[in-house]
Design a protein around this ligand. Structure first.
Ligand code: NAD
Length: 271
């Protein structure tokens, strides 16, 4: 059994992650943490899930419970990740990071920490989106420069970062597959007299509305035809089950930075 700790436990994903850890036969939920000041500190994790008392109180100090879990799953805010990693590094506890919206400097700090700690860092823990990255790579390479890439994503009204981490990763895959530079060639939304489309552009359109769990479409549009590859998540449990699967896999890994392609064995199978 792998003992799982969840930080961000009171959040939308945190509750689904705790449920997924309870459901997985190889996993055991043993710690739950949220931010100091949350009204849910002290609540019982099981009662929060409507399952009756589990005897796991939601705490507000990760360092205080780091001996209680084998792997931490972090779905919080970008500013919280560094402290959570530091608390886990001190006890050698691997970390699955689901939080999105990190700055380049924050991503560099995660890469640095991975030299001494096993970390899975993925913008999307669903198997479908992980496969979509591969499909996009193949399509963009095969179609080449004459097909314009656009990334369209939609999420619920509470999401605080845009474009989504998954959309950014799709942009990175498109840039790499077609010889573009995402930093220079990304175009985020369009308005007013924009002029004709820059042939090097990778366009991003963002929708924030209602309770949409997460939808991504990549369009590759040429003259006379276009291909669209899309994914729609209808339940957060798909991300939560994927993150718990990543945690079980990570428990046996050496220090390093991994993503969901490593967890699903896609990289080993094709490289
Ligand atoms: P949410 O706001 O519902 O939950 C975040 C939780 O983190 C809250 O309970 C908040 O109190 C807690 N938190 C904030 N700062 C903290 C800190 N310093 N220490 C401990 N807890 C802290 O948000 P959500 O919808 O659950 O999403 C969380 C993150 O997960 C976002 O970045 C989102 O984009 C990302 N996400 C990733 C995937 C994926 O597959 N990688 C899927 C869905 C969401």
């Amino acid at each position: 059994m792998t003992r799982i700790g969840v930080v961000g436990a009171a959040g939308r994903m945190g509750r689904n992650l705790m449920q997924a850890a309870l459901d997985a036969p190889q996993a055991e939920l043993t710690a739950a943490v949220d931010r100091p000041g949350s009204s849910l500190i002290g609540s019982d994790a099981g009662e929060l899930l409507g399952q009756g008392r589990l005897g796991i109180a939601i705490g507000d100090d990760l360092a205080a419970v780091r001996d209680d879990f084998d792997v931490l799953i972090d779905f919080t805010l970008p500013d919280a990740t560094a402290d959570n990693l530091a608390a886990c590094a001190a006890a050698g506890r691997p970390v699955v990071i689901g939080t999105t919206g990190h700055s380049e400097a924050q991503k560099a700090a995660i890469r640095e920490q991975a030299a001494s700690l096993p970390i899975v860092f993925a913008p999307n823990y669903s198997a479908g989106v992980t496969l979509m990255f591969r499909l996009i790579e193949t399509a963009a390479q095969a179609l080449g420069e004459d097909y314009d890439p656009e990334v369209i994503e939609a999420h619920h009204r509470h999401k605080v970062d845009a474009p989504s981490g998954t959309a950014v990763r799709l942009g990175e895959v498109l840039a790499q597959a077609t010889g573009r530079d995402l930093e220079q060639d990304a175009v985020y939304g369009r308005q007013g007299h924009t002029g004709e489309r820059d042939p090097r552009a990778i366009g991003f359109e963002t929708i924030r509305a209602g309770d949409i769990v997460g939808e991504h479409t990549v369009m590759l549009a040429g003259s006379g035809e276009r291909i669209e590859i899309g994914h729609k998540a209808s339940s957060r449990m798909t991300f939560a089950n994927g993150a718990v699967r990543a945690a079980l896999w990570l428990a046996d890994q050496k220090p390093g930075l991994y993503d969901m392609e490593d967890v699903l064995g896609l990289r080993a199978a094709t490289s």
